[in-house]
Design a protein around this ligand. Sequence first.
Ligand SMILES: N[C@@H](CCC(=O)N[C@@H](CS)C(=O)NCC(=O)O)C(=O)O
Length: 201
Amino acid sequence: MLRLYDSRFSGNCWKIRILLSQLGIPFERVTLDLTQGEAGTPAFRQKSRFARVPVLEFEDGRTLVESGAILLHLAEGTHLVPEDPFLRAEMMGWLFFEQADLQKPIATPRVYHLRGMAAEKAGDIARFHQDGHAALDKLEQWLAPRTWLVGERYTLADLAASCYVSLAGQGGYDMARYPAIRAWTQRVSEQPGWVPLLTDA
Ligand SMILES: N[C@@H](CCC(=O)N[C@@H](CS)C(=O)NCC(=O)O)C(=O)O
């Protein structure tokens, strides 16, 4: 059986759990406590070259890191990846955009807020918000006349890009200014097999 090393609050890990659920793939979940440095142990570094989650471990012991690579590997050949090469490339474009433009400016202020560091990190948070809003503005503009990011249906692009975006409010972002994004994350959460970030809260 596949084994997923993850953490409870990580949006990158959440993407993988949603996909595994939507594809009906059974897996064993191993949840690390990042606040206790569990990703940095020598044993875990053997599985994850940069001491980070998510990590997908195969039965033969090989491990795959980077949420985008894991998503693409699992979704290959399924309805979540367009067959048309152009649409497929567009879909991957959103995976790159999420990692390059959205993920860090949203995830980092969220971590500061969740760990009670928002006051001491106010300056950093303001800088991240500037970058994050620039990316969210682009996303809002793209989504305003559309239902999904690519083509006419829900794809891996929507799954991957929506996770951190839907958590942005936890990092102090005012999402009221993004009605198209809010409607889109709601649509994503209504897709069959979608699972919430926290299932035990
Ligand atoms: N680009 C990587 C980012 C992975 C990443 O930053 N993981 C964070 C959690 S979301 C992590 O494991 N941090 C290690 C730590 O906090 O000790 C991906 O998409 O998988």
